[in-house]
Design a protein around this ligand. Structure first.
Ligand SMILES: Cc1cc2nc3c(=O)[nH]c(=O)nc-3n(C[C@H](O)[C@H](O)[C@H](O)COP(=O)(O)OP(=O)(O)OC[C@H]3O[C@@H](n4cnc5c(N)ncnc54)[C@H](O)[C@@H]3O)c2cc1C
Length: 475
């Protein structure tokens, strides 16, 4: 009997020694799905991938998985893909789905169109399922659990504590927890349904923020029968601008190395002005800058970054995060009606949700006023929750730190976390919106996919040479 136990223990040891390295991905929104697919594609040998998500999101996440039926993506299908190096993949998938793959005109119409967000979530799920089955030596399992904590494991790697069952052991951990559970600061969460009675009774509604979230919430309220007087409040009173009528992809811009913020702004404004004067869409000039946005952001001084966030961000957001032309026209029509007002002002605080009292300093005024409304909805945008258990625990252990602007965790371009403990950083990544403070342009699909591919390549190196798992990321 004892011999048998010894043999079993020896066999288990052998299995453990030869078990493939494991990467844990925490969060299965778009970022987690992109990371998993990139890891499958880049794996140089046997690899076990475990994706942990507390809900059944499976690749949709906040942006796509919970989208109400009929809400459209704000970018053309041609610009969306979860596969690195295959930019037209979503449009191609849609063309196959609708039987249009052999008709060039129909294909072009699909690529230039704005598809439903829920359809994009289906596409992501399909590609994730395909990746799971793509390679025999790479396994991909999903756990419906909440990850509570990450700590270095005594024998190397990490132990991820879960809300149920034993801790998950992994050589490397990718945080892809995105926006976590949005915690509204000014009234109600924009994604929470409002009871029909409350909406019908409401006489005054405030939407705090005038960006893409407001653009979804306002028509949703009207469609659900809200006849209230709606006040949209934002710092500058700017709303997203429209995309050009047809896709514009001019060649990438040559950005002078070490350019200062003031020069960059001056050059961009001049380029947009020139384009308009020559009858070209100004949108092309913003598109030309986008591939360089991360490098530009990283090269800015801390003072310039703070200046940008304080003064220029509303202008950048309105021109960079644009709307389909038809949606922009509907928004303009709604804002032109007397029942809807767009007012520049800064909301200092909100007390209550429904009813709600907002303290607002209207632009041009010095002292705050109180605005009482039946319902207030926080449309001020999504940001990673650094006080959530995982980022907070990593920071408390010295394994991660917030970036100086407080927008996210400090990361390298490939998502490796910067550790204030220095030399002992290893195998810990934070991808997607969590790195917004370090990289700024890292919340949209193309940048997330590119970063996921970079992270997979870095992980390939680290896992091939475990000694390098202790290397410090250059951030
Ligand atoms: C409403 C909206 C619309 C957008 N539309 C577009 C668009 O049209 N085009 C574009 O390019 N970009 C768009 N974006 C931006 C972009 O696609 C998102 O930034 C991206 O989807 C972020 O995905 P994520 O997986 O990082 O985060 P999330 O979607 O927030 O997903 C995070 C996942 O992690 C899970 N999670 C969190 N904490 C834990 C934990 N402790 N344990 C287990 N699981 C956890 C959550 O359950 C969730 O499923 C949009 C964003 C939003 C919010």
């Amino acid at each position: 009997m004892a011999d048998r136990r010894d043999a079993l223990a020896r066999a288990r040891g052998l299995v453990a020694r030869h078990a493939p390295p494991r990467v844990a991905i925490l969060g299965c929104g778009f970022t987690g799905a992109a990371a998993a697919i990139a890891l499958v594609e880049a794996a140089r040998g046997p690899l076990a991938i475990t994706i942990v998500d507390r809900d059944r999101s499976r690749g949709g996440g906040l942006a796509f998985g919970r989208a109400p039926a009929g809400e459209l993506l704000k970018v053309r299908a041609r610009d969306l893909s979860i596969l690195s190096g295959r930019p037209g993949d979503f449009a191609g998938w849609m063309a196959c789905l609708t039987g249009a793959e052999t008709d060039p005109a129909e294909r072009a119409a699909i690529a230039d169109g704005f598809a439903p967000r829920a359809l994009f979530a289906n596409y992501v799920r399909r590609r994730l399922d395909e990746a799971a089955a793509a390679r025999d030596e790479v396994s991909l399992e999903r756990l419906e659990r909440e990850a509570l904590d990450i700590a270095p494991a005594p024998g190397g790697g990490y132990a991820v504590a879960l809300d149920q069952g034993p801790a998950l052991q992994a050589q490397a951990v990718i945080l892809a927890t995105g926006y976590d559970a949005p915690r509204p600061r000014f009234g109600r969460c924009p994604h929470a349904p409002i009871p029909a009675q409350a909406l019908a009774r409401a006489r005054r509604v405030a939407l705090v923020g005038s960006g893409l979230t407001m653009v979804d919430v306002l028509p949703r309220l009207r469609a659900e029968g809200c006849e209230a007087e709606v006040t949209v409040i934002s710092r500058r009173g700017l709303v997203p601008r429209p995309h050009a009528e047809t896709a514009v992809r001019p060649p990438a811009l040559q950005v002078p190395a070490g350019a200062r913020l003031a020069e960059l702004v001056r050059d961009l404004r001049a380029a947009c002005g020139r384009a308009e004067a020559e009858g070209r869409p100004w949108q092309g000039e913003v598109n030309r800058l986008r591939p360089h946005a991360q490098a530009i952001w990283q090269a800015l001084s801390e003072a310039d970054r703070a200046r940008f966030l304080r003064h220029l961000r509303p202008f950048w957001d309105a021109h960079r995060h644009r709307l389909p032309p038809a949606q922009h026209a509907r928004l303009a029509a709604e804002l032109a009606r007397p029942r809807t007002r767009l007012r520049p002002g800064r909301v200092l605080e909100a007390v209550g949700e429904a009813p709600c009292r907002l303290r607002v300093v209207w632009r041009g005024a010095r002292t705050p006023e109180t605005l009482g409304v039946d319902i207030a909805i926080d449309c001020s945008g999504h940001r990673p929750e650094l006080a959530a258990p995982l980022p907070a625990s990593l920071a408390a252990q010295g394994l991660a730190a917030p970036d100086p602007s407080g927008l996210g965790l400090r990361v390298a371009a490939d998502g490796r976390l910067w550790s204030p403990r220095g030399g002992d950083l290893s195998g810990l990544f934070a991808l997607g919106p969590l790195g917004q403070g370090s990289l700024f342009e890292i919340t949209a699909v193309p940048e997330i996919v590119r970063q996921a591919a970079q992270a997979a390549a870095t992980l390939g190196d680290l896992l091939a040479m475990p000694g390098r798992m202790t290397g410090r990321a250059a951030v």
